[in-house]
Design a protein around this ligand. Sequence first.
Ligand code: AMP
Ligand code: GLY
Length: 439
Amino acid sequence: MKILLIGSGGREHALAWKLQQSPLCEQLICAPGNGGIGEIADLADIDITDNQAIIDFAKSEAIDFVVIGPEIPLANGIIDALSALGIACFGPTMDAAMLESSKAFTKDFCTRHDIPTAGYDVFTNIGDAQKYIQETPPPYVIKADGLAAGKGVVIAQDKESAAQELEEFFSGKFGDAGTCVVIEEFLTGPEISFFAVADGKTALALGHAQDHKRAFDGDTGPNTGGMGAYSPVPGFDQDSMIMEQIIKPTVRGMAQEGAPFSGILFAGLMMTETGPKLIEYNVRFGDPECQVLMQRLDCDLLQLMVDACHGRLAQSPPIVWNDICVVNIVLAANGYPGAYEKGGEIKGVETANLREGVQVFHAGTQRSDDGKLRAIGGRVLNITARGKTLEQALNKAYSALVDDINWSGGFYRRDIAHLAMNNKKNNGDDNNEKDNENI
Ligand code: AMP
Ligand code: GLY
């Protein structure tokens, strides 16, 4: 099969790496890709926000199967457009992608289908939202309804800052995405990213990972797309509960409502004292979570995606996972998630990749005409490492990053997996039962 993969992040590098291992994959083209993907696939310079450009390319190249990495083409209806032309593809339709593209839709959907989530109200005018703030005690979780690149959520600790934030949301801080606002109950507990693959009727678990959303150590600083991830979380055994309480009712509910969900369903969950609660849905793999999951997946990803596309997941062979721990450390450009410099040269990626168990996935990199690898994005490299234990994987990833990678323009978190490592210290290395309680 000739495959077209859409996207350019660490997620897409990991997907490309895994898709290439499939015996079904004869040629892989990635659009637009990055410096690392260019080493294992052909690249095509397509504007991925332009459905027609993707379609024209798929037709002219006689692509057999299209895999969509990021959310924007999905929210733009690329799956509907490709399917209408008979081009096989993996991902949800525009209506099903509403689970990510409208938080208000998802909250109301959860209410209709009894899916546990934070209490909420939806506001389309600032007066009602301000009145709600005055009548309700803090803290306030304020969310833009639409897509805002992971930055459309603000947690305000008092009435004054909430009122100020609402002014900014309604006066266009997030464009149209912020003219409808969801205000949610504040939940506490560890967060888990949970993944499933669905074909409209059947959902299969793809397991969990833990991300680190804040830019700096100790979970401080601004929210980012994710600064590092690990999987599995030691002692975490609630995958099947999440499937039963959250994923399966969602897939059933979307089918009942006439928008069957096919593709990757990514639930952002808060593990509260009263059980898992949904804080957001995404309709694609998480990044960096995808990278650690792809290192653990021990079966044919492309076959699984083709089965999902054709509605035959119920007949798919069981999904197999290897028995290792994987971590991922993101190396981001100074200034990210705000403004950052581009163009600096990066050295040492090849050396890091030679280490046993280490795989560097690229995000914002480009191979320039002089053959040098240059940083061109906010998140630039992802140092991923496998180990028998989480500690081993962490040591390998940090050693490769510190000793091999040579780039002066970046920063990274030094405390990836700190929750799991602290639990381990507090509970004694071998006490899995207590690890369980804490997560
Ligand atoms: P989201 O983009 O909806 O995942 O939100 C970004 C981050 O805001 C999450 O990863 C949480 O850390 C935090 N957050 C979102 N919703 C809530 C909530 N209801 N209570 C507490 N924190 C939240
Ligand atoms: N790492 C979270 C996301 O991809 O949305």
